[in-house]
Ligand binder design. Sequence first.
Ligand SMILES: [Zn+2]
Length: 55
Amino acid sequence: MRISGLFGRLMCVFGRHQRSRGKARETPSGWQSVCIHCGVRMHRGLDRVWHVTRD
Ligand SMILES: [Zn+2]
């Protein structure tokens, strides 16, 4: 039983995704990564806070 995984998913439900360090990459428009739990795309804003990327 993976309690940490369940907890991570719960955080996702509340919009508190956890970005992957391994999949982070720097692009011309800034840093991009994905949530390690649900795979949603994320980017780091000018405020240095990671936000979910919405197209
Ligand atoms: Zn997530």
